[in-house]
Write a protein that binds this ligand. Sequence first.
Ligand SMILES: [Zn+2]
Length: 70
Amino acid sequence: MSFNLVLDAILGERITFYEVECLACGFNEVYYADPHTNKQIGRACQHCDSIQVFDRNLEKKQMVQLDGLP
Ligand SMILES: [Zn+2]
């Protein structure tokens, strides 16, 4: 399966948010965002064959944690 097909399956509809140099291989690591919400949904490096999916509820969880601080 091609890398893009895997991305389609895991991340679905997406836009390229920005690209950075991959720390592991120096190739372009691409950050993707949801085209409707502009929230980051994941990142992928085609050269490393690595895909990371971001938790779309992360902001919410962080806010809950902050609220729980003394
Ligand atoms: Zn890489």
